[in-house]
Design a protein around this ligand. Sequence first.
Ligand SMILES: [Zn+2]
Length: 351
Amino acid sequence: MVLLLFLSHGHASGSENIRIAIANNVKSAVIESPSGLMTEGTGTGEGQRKMVIWPDAVGSAPLRFSSQGDFTSVNGRSYRGVIEIRKKQNGLLLVINDLDLEDYLLGVIAEEIPHDWEFEALKAQAVAARSYALYQKRNGGKRPYHILATVSSQVYTGKRGERERTSRAVRETRGMVLTYGGGVIQAFFHSSCGGHTENASRLWNIDEPYLKGVDCDCQEISKYGVWEKRFSLPAVAAALRKKGYRVDGVQTLEIDGITPAGRVRNVAVRDPRGTTSVPAESLRAAIGYSLIPSVFFELETEENEVIISGRGMGHGVGLCQWGAREMAQRKQDYQSILNHYYPGTAISSIP
Ligand SMILES: [Zn+2]
């Protein structure tokens, strides 16, 4: 009897929902369940296998669907939990997946880190992703959702993203998050730092004691160890113009300010009219995040080309995934990995 009470309490305390925007500004949503839809008392269609929802069918209260099975499909993709459809002021639809935080993570981890990597690295990623999501939930303001499903937050694809080993990493770290001073942290992570992670305050307007740079051994194994890219100057100018910079006939690019760790803050772009200072991350965004993998680079202008040679992949803040993998290969556990990349934090149950 006592044991049963204890167990049921344990489950209840681990339950925390999260709301993810899985489709935004869409004209319709196709909702399907082979075992029959449940409408959660919000409209007609109970028991149907397929419904097409148009904005006209949605009133001021959102429609909510779930399924008699584990998954409900939206526009061909399957999700756990509840699907909520809202009509926006612009007349289009916002589709939200409302589900248990732990179920959400099942569809995240393998989208963010290779599922066949060392298990302790997967567990470290699971705790970081859970912390990141919970921070967004608690600090996201008044939007009807907590987090996006894209690379600008964490990639989430529902059932498609689930893998056996990453699901096990989520289950074995159930309810565990990183905290600092009692609060859940902003657990940023990235692919490969290039040898030293970045102090967040040097790149963004975020100054947290647990987001200072630390040394990292990812260079020994990372496939993004060193890279070199070449772009023609007219192509650089065109990409920058698309982002609103007034540059034409670009003659040279020069580094204009670096962080103490060595990342480029700004790039001076010179054209016949003068010099424009462009934040290095904006240059990355303009040309393409995969084409310039990081701002940990040097550059050289040669005739009509700029040669950018750099290290690492991603923004460099927080957990370095390739570094986490290297630590796991040296038999470090996920707690040691997290303590290294988020100094001063504790791993605790969701506060
Ligand atoms: Zn690293």
